[in-house]
Design a protein around this ligand. Structure first.
Ligand code: HPA
Ligand code: ZN
Length: 337
């Protein structure tokens, strides 16, 4: 039974909608870029850096994540980072990606938005042309910085809206509620762009309510703690709101103690539109297929639930109805076999 599901997970076309491109920066590439750019690292070796990948919470991870990305300085660095991710997931039959980048973290180091975009967008276009992976690029604001910084970043982004498909909100959650960002997301909406916000990863259900009611989000990233509030679960189900769930991330950041306790199947049982993602695969021990594999191995996933998850990834994507239908037909064909 599990063997069949593992084979289906491998064979099915997959989409990933919650991926921080800076979180796909593998330790080997950190060292290569540090050398190329003459950046001094606090870690003596790849093994040394990997040994730091043990986290008790989101903030402990973020400290290492921001340190790791300090090697990203040039267009080539952003290109190489993004290209490495696309090549890796292409091997796993990922055919559509919607990826975040954190421009404020790079602006702070003096890297212009144009440089970041040229590298990331250049690789995404190359991936589309040569690997057949379609994409959306999501500019994510850092919630530990004030809204004024997000508004300034949005101004910088305005000349590049042809390359930015949506907006997000990430970084330290507790103490930085969605309500702090009403103005900037209202502007994003006015620009006609969809928005998706990290909420309920560590923060309370109240933050998920705020994301829905105050920011008018199109998706929720994570959303685990929504399960603590029955009225919120009902609302999310009624709205068919997508939750971009990240199982291995939840395990590594101690959102769940054990994957056997992961709430993904409970979410599906309650009628929530959940789907599977890797979040920061270089740090959390696995890319998208590893997340599906871990779920199949640790939870009583049924064939029907795996099929549902595969479909949810595409129905939640910011794709045209026509493209969604094409991908869904390909998913259904794998499950019909
Ligand atoms: N949560 C919040 N912010 C992040 C994450 C995450 O899992 N990954 C990168 N930035
Ligand atoms: Zn995330």
């Amino acid at each position: 039974m599990k063997e069949e599901l593992l084979q289906l997970a491998e064979a099915m076309p997959k989409a990933e909608l919650h991926l921080h491109i800076e979180g796909s920066l593998e330790p080997e590439l950190v060292f290569k870029l540090a050398k190329r750019n003459q950046v001094q690292l606090d870690y003596a070796s790849v093994e040394n850096l990997k040994a730091a990948y043990s986290f008790n919470n989101l903030q402990e991870f973020l400290d290492v994540y921001y340190a790791g990305m300090s090697v990203l300085l040039t267009e080539d660095d952003f290109y190489d980072l993004t290209w490495a991710y696309l090549q890796r997931v292409h091997e796993e039959k990922v055919v559509h990606v919607e990826i975040f980048f954190d421009p404020q973290a790079h602006l702070e180091r003096g890297v212009p938005l144009t440089v970041q975009l040229a590298g990331i967008h250049g690789a995404l276009e190359a991936g589309k042309a040569t690997l057949g992976i379609s994409y959306r690029l999501i500019l994510s604001f850092l919630r530990h910085l004030p809204e004024s910084s997000a508004l300034e970043t949005l101004e910088l982004a305005k000349p590049h809206l042809d390359q930015i498909d949506g907006f997000g909100l990430d970084s330290s959650e507790k103490g930085f509620p969605p309500e702090n960002f009403q103005q900037v997301f209202a502007e994003c909406k006015k620009l006609g762009k969809p928005i998706t916000v990290h909420a309920g990863e560590e923060g309370p259900p109240e933050y998920v309510w705020q994301a829905l009611d105050l920011l008018k989000v199109d998706r929720i990233d994570h959303g685990n703690r929504a399960l603590e509030d029955d009225a919120l679960v009902e609302r999310l189900a009624k709205d068919k709101m997508t939750l971009t769930v990240c199982p291995l991330s939840n395990l590594k950041l101690c959102v769940v103690e054990d994957l056997k306790e992961h709430p993904l199947l409970t979410m599906l049982d309650k009628g929530l539109h959940a789907m599977v993602n890797s979040d920061d695969p270089a740090y959390f021990g696995g890319y998208l297929l590893d997340n599906y594999r871990a779920l199949i191995e640790q939870l009583p996933v049924t064939r029907q639930q795996l099929h549902q998850l595969a479909r949810n990834a595409f129905t939640s994507a910011w794709l045209s109805d026509e493209d969604k239908a094409r991908h869904l037909a390909a998913v259904d064909e794998v499950f019909a076999g």
